[in-house]
Design a protein around this ligand. Sequence first.
Ligand code: HEM
Length: 406
Amino acid sequence: MTQTDQPVMFNPFEPGFTDNPYPHLKTLREQVPVHEHPMGFWLLLRHADVTELLRAKLSVEEHNVTVGQIRELREAAYGDGAPRSDGLSMLDRDPPDHDRLRKLVTKAFTMRTIEKLEPRVVELVDQALDRMADAGRFNLVQELAFPLPFRVITEMMGMPETDEVRLRELTGTLVRSLEPVNDPELLQQIADADRQITELTIDAINWKRQHPADDLLTALIAAEDDGDKLSEQELVSQVVLLYVAGHETTVNLIGNGTLALLNHPDQRALLASRPDLDGNAVEELLRFDSPVQMSRRVTLEPYEVDGNVIAPGTAVLLSIASANRDPAVFGLDADKVLIERANARHHTSFGGGVHHCLGAALARLEGRTALGRLVRRFPDLRLDGDVEWNGRINLRGPEVLPVAVR
Ligand code: HEM
């Protein structure tokens, strides 16, 4: 109970939550680590409970409330046969459909395939750092955190040239379907973004049919042409997932990671002098400020956790961000960045179980290349104004990270 005797409860709409959710999550983890929310879902905040549930057999197919509301808006406007971006990708399906969909693209994301991309990633990072050196003062998200993952996934997939500013706005709105929304206007914006991204994706697929190449989009189209491997709607959903997941998350790794290093100057200096720590630093920064803050599942059968039994058909939210700060695993200094932390890799930032992040090797490569080269190129990098957060509950990170290099 709080001082006013109100029960402590998850409230992501509390002012300031999206700028810094950690104090609220800490209170919840300490006082109600497993709790049933009056809105009907359960919330798990401890590392042990989150990791166990990620590996357990629960469903992802029951949509979350936000996706359900968007679906209703779309169906009211365009009918239920309208092309859609949600519900049919691997992320929204249980086995065996999940496994069939994931298998179609697994090869493109193995460690070995991703390692081959390293020279291109280095080149893109260095080009961004050159531009930053010329500018002197800049928004790091706009110059590095966004363009790097966006360019890499666009090239891997072989997507056509596009209006990046418009696309970024649309995907930034679309990903809000992954979090609770209490504003009808925002819901309508998400539904509109979903519609526009679906249309852009269909256009890209049609363009690629005329311009096949050695890329992921061509391979997915071939699987669809094969008939029983991928339906047309699955193709659209799968392309949207890869395109959006390929950049909306890593942007936050680079943005949150840079900010965390600026706020921990000793760790930044350590990283600048020790390239051998690049890999572990990325794990620690993923842990410290997770680019994806939560996930969700639906119970298929009674699920027991901490003496509570959650009934079948109940939505469960997992706080990845809270699990990553759990002192039971990361000790009393869990709220600090320590790039040499021995168990940093035990974070839950890439999820777990069958839906464990397919792009983890790619995200790690992009993160360690960008952050390591950034701190070594600009030893005098400093904050140069107020950070503007993107205001999201789930895929949370800075929208504007003003920095200066001289
Ligand atoms: C799944 C995080 C980068 C593609 C996931 C999940 C998380 C996650 C937490 C599991 C979601 C759940 O179980 O509900 C991240 C983070 C990233 C990142 C923190 C960057 C730092 C990427 C990249 C790609 C990618 C670069 C490349 C396309 C995917 C896909 C899935 C997924 C396809 C679904 C896997 C499945 O359902 O089997 N990611 N991701 N991710 N991620 Fe990532």
